[in-house]
Design a protein around this ligand. Sequence first.
Ligand code: 0WD
Length: 259
Amino acid sequence: MKLLDGKRALVTGVANRWSIATGMARRLHEHGATIALTYQGERVKGEVEKLATELGGAPVVECDVSNDASLIAARDTLERDFGKLDALVHSIAFANKEDLAGKVFDTSRAGFSLALDVSSYSLIALVDALRDSFNDGASIMAMTYLGATQIVPNYNLMGIAKAALESTVRYLAFDLGERGIRVNAISAGPIKTASARQVGGFSRILDVVPKVAPLHRNVTSDDIGDMAVFLASDLSRAVTADVHFVDAGYHAMGLFASD
Ligand code: 0WD
């Protein structure tokens, strides 16, 4: 008997094999969950279909979270082809590259709206579209980063978007608590993905963590996947409305000694 036997999980945000969502989908599947995947558009469809085959023929559904018609169409297809959901993984973010370096006061109104729409509002939009698809007791999780609450140079607008996302997690947890539905955020340490490379000076962040974090290493998408397994399972039945760090302990450091 596996931890997630009988559970159905929808995983968003797979773009390629390096995506954190790929590691999460793999781990959820290894622990017994049946997986469905959404993808943003034709550009990533092939990669997502490849992963779906590895995961026992998971349904693959197009869903652009910035488009209401796409959200509704995805919901209808999933209801027909997949059924009710026990877990939802939100692993989606976007900001223009120029807003991930330089000065925050240079951020344009349009850039701000785009980043907040895709990276923060999308959790509300997904939960709204899927509200009748969730089984009572389902688990919703969203990916965030330390830059939501601390200054991480260059993370800039994405830090602002993640702050909104973390707050959204808490309010959704309150709204959905009466159905036993839990909503949490996973705050991952830096992982080399296509999105991460858009952040100015990202490779320097990767170099710092093993030097100063209590566990002296970077994390992998498998590490994040294992937290996802816990959050999707009944072991976390009393855990909601929180941000869970999977970052080798980096977030807890207050002083970085030079050697
Ligand atoms: O260090 C890291 N990589 C960290 C990432 C540390 C902490 C948190 N995160 C977060 C990201 O902010 C994001 O929320 O984890 C989540 C997943 O990011 P990732 O795995 O690092 O990056 P990536 O593989 O690029 O996946 C993000 C995907 C997009 O990828 P591309 O590369 O195609 O932009 O988000 C999806 C898209 O597939 N996405 C959308 N999906 C649906 N509708 C949309 C959209 N409008 N826009 C982006």
